[in-house]
Ligand binder design. Structure first.
Ligand code: IPE
Ligand code: IPE
Ligand code: MG
Length: 244
């Protein structure tokens, strides 16, 4: 459950509960090898597998991966359909492991805009992990923070218009309860690979007090060691939440 209040200063911060990653740099990884961009995305799937396994073995409660943004539709059609194909490949290959490992799969974003076969596969994967009780693997598919906040505002406005809710009672907790991350622990650490230093419309509300880490490693080269280094860097940060 998301919490509105910032954690108290004396809470241990060494181990993040929830890490989110902007998995960037697949195209550049491929270009450096004179390979097509699709090869970079394929290598990126291997990194997803390695990093989600590592996150589980480190005991992270939740890992959220940005796989397709609401802006990625701007890419050429063959790249977009290649990414959909890889999503299907990932689910077909990895679902059994996620079920076995008690992983709670979540999707954030409007994945219903994807083609029907992709949507059906995602729905099946969500259903088959729904009874699990272990770590959360959340995949952001056609996710955009602005769209998430717009949808939250619309739902609250509808309830207010129906007289179910007073506008004055809308507070941070009310907004958080409408976000797609409402079932996830508060975001502690946001990592972006590939050297870019921007959030690209990812988890903007949730990142308010997250620690940000930008690493030069391209996503296909990011693995267990890089995740471990990121978590150690997080442990060195002092989180103040506006206090002293
Ligand atoms: C990230 O790698 C993967 C997705 C956005 C799906 P990119 O495809 O953005 O790789 P670069 O940024 O072009 O290197
Ligand atoms: C962000 O990467 C989206 C994902 C990793 C899925 P992009 O490569 O799409 O971001 P920009 O365009 O460089 O901001
Ligand atoms: Mg990119």
């Amino acid at each position: 459950m998301a919490t509105a209040a910032a954690p108290q200063r004396d809470e241990p911060t060494a181990m993040p509960r929830h890490v989110a990653i902007i998995m960037d740099g697949n195209g550049r990884w491929a270009a450096r090898r004179h390979l097509p961009r699709a090869a970079g995305h394929r290598a990126g799937v291997e990194a997803v597998r390695a990093v989600s396994r590592a996150a589980r073995s480190m005991g992270l409660e939740a890992l959220t991966l940005y796989a397709f943004s609401s802006e990625n539709w701007r890419r050429p059609e063959d790249e977009v359909s290649g990414l959909m194909g890889l999503l299907k490949f990932f689910i077909r290959n990895d679902l059994a492991e996620l079920v076995r490992e008690n992983v709670r799969l979540r999707v954030i974003g409007d994945y219903r805009r994807f083609p029907g076969d992709v949507t059906a596969l995602v729905d099946d994967a969500l259903a088959r992990t729904a009874a699990n009780t272990g770590p959360i693997l959340a995949i952001a598919l056609n996710y955009g923070a602005h769209a998430e906040l717009v949808a939250a505002a619309q739902r609250l406005a509808r309830r207010a218009a129906a007289g179910e809710l007073s506008p004055d009672s809308i507070d941070s907790a009310a907004i958080e309860s409408e976000l797609e991350t409402r079932d996830l622990p508060p975001l502690d650490l946001m990592i972006r690979t590939s050297g870019e230093q921007r959030l690209s419309n990812f988890l903007l509300w949730q990142a308010a007090y997250a620690e940000l880490l930008f690493v030069d490693t391209l996503w296909p080269d990011f693995g267990a060691d890089e995740l471990d280094a990121a978590i150690r860097a997080y442990g060195q940060r002092q989180r103040r939440y506006g206090g002293l």
